[in-house]
Ligand binder design. Structure first.
Ligand code: KG4
Ligand code: ZN
Length: 370
């Protein structure tokens, strides 16, 4: 069984093919980061237009990569999309995400599905992230605890099976990735800020500033990251004022060190907070498998700290490879493979073949098992 996965919920266009026997047999990605860079964040209209430009070439590239697939009809010519190249279903991200960007992916997937006579499945973006570690050799088994930390969400989820999710805690304000991006912006770093901030933090002194670990001094598993942004801004302003008041002659070098030290203090606070909450969630739930996924899951300091905590708690940490932490088509193809059943396919294909719904907001807990 072969599933084509399409991701277009934000600023990455991802396409992949998952085969029930061969595993992930193709995966192609285009990041729009350079397009949004000059605006300091994702511009929805630019994102939608770029998805339109990228999807077809990426599908062609994925079909070429997939071995043993008949690509004659599909990529022989621009008109050649009539013949199904051996795809059993098309999985696309139906939400949550940017409305226009989601619509592009949904419309594209549904059209291709119609042309190929295959069913199309709308996938929840966060379920894609949550299942992404299962693409790896040391795939976790249900039940597990999931730390989902991306640009739009920060959640701790108990996952008992596909579609059996309970949110144990979540961010009350900024998502973790959003906080990384905002602090990066105030430190003068380019978009996307997370990776840039993590790089700058490597040169930072971990002892110069200590930021709070928000909401760890009370019970519960919710997060709050917006205060850390204010803390970073206050520290930057105060230190710059005192440096100029003292007539510091360190020049740019001093400011560079200050920015790196703030980046380090911020990163340490976020990582520490997540470790504390994950440890608490493991103990309270009795679970012994932890996964971390979503863009912030690519943060090396976070992965190392969670690994160490899991070892102390006799638990196991499972992570997707770095490139599958951030948005990608592979996780959508895989989620599709876990949700698709040939029995229900004809019903699904006939039921809503010509309509497509996207859900800009969509709670993970609203999902049902396949
Ligand atoms: O999952 P993702 O690609 O998109 C969403 O679903 O939102 O996550 C993107 C977020 C951005 O906020 C980005 O700055 C952050 O993940 N991110 C990181 C790192 N790599 C990406 N944050 C911290 N450290 C990183 N290495
Ligand atoms: Zn994501």
């Amino acid at each position: 069984m072969r599933i084509l996965g399409i991701e277009s919920s934000c600023d990455e266009t991802g396409v992949a093919i998952h085969d029930s026997e061969g595993g992930l047999i193709a995966h192609a990605l285009h990041s729009q980061a350079s397009l949004h860079n000059e605006y300091g964040g994702v511009v929805p209209e630019i994102a939608s237009r770029d998805h339109i430009r990228r999807l077809l070439p990426l599908v062609r590239a994925a079909l070429r990569q997939a071995k043993g697939i008949d690509t004659q009809g599909a990529e022989g010519s621009d008109e050649g999309y009539g013949a199904n190249p051996g795809i059993d279903a098309i999985a696309y991200t139906a939400g949550p995400g940017l409305a226009g960007a989601l619509l592009v992916g949904a419309c594209f997937a549904k059209s291709l599905a119609f042309a190929w006579g295959a069913p199309a499945l709308g996938i929840h973006h966060l379920e894609g992230h949550l299942l992404a570690p299962m693409l790896e050799e040391d795939a976790p088994r249900f039940p597990f605890l999931a730390l989902l930390v991306s640009g739009g969400h920060s959640q701790l989820v108990e996952a008992k099976g596909v579609g059996e999710y309970r949110v144990l805690g979540e961010s009350l304000d900024d998502a973790a990735g959003e906080a990384f991006d905002k602090v990066a912006t105030l430190l003068g770093l380019p978009y996307p800020g997370g990776p840039a901030l993590a790089r700058l933090a490597q040169a930072g002194d971990p002892h110069r500033f200590r930021f709070p670990r928000p909401m760890t001094d009370r019970p519960g598993l919710d997060f709050s990251f917006s205060g850390l942004k204010t803390c970073a801004l206050d520290t930057l302003r105060k230190e710059r004022r005192s440096r100029s008041g003292q007539g510091s002659d360190e020049g740019n070098g001093g400011d560079e060190a200050l920015r790196a030290d703030i980046a380090r203090a911020f990163e340490d606070a976020v990582v520490d907070t997540m470790v504390i909450k994950c440890r608490r969630a493991l103990r309270e739930s009795g679970l012994s498998n932890l996964i971390v996924s979503g863009g912030v899951g690519a943060n090396l300091r976070l992965r190392a700290a969670l690994e160490e905590m899991a070892r102390q708690e006799n638990a196991e940490l499972h992570c997707p490879r770095i490139e599958f932490c951030t948005d990608n088509g592979a996780m959508i193809a895989y989620a599709g493979s876990r949700r698709f059943s040939p029995d229900s396919a004809s019903e699904k294909a006939s039921g809503d073949a010509h309509s497509f719904g996207i859900r800009v907001r969509w709670r993970l807990e609203d999902l049902l098992p396949p």
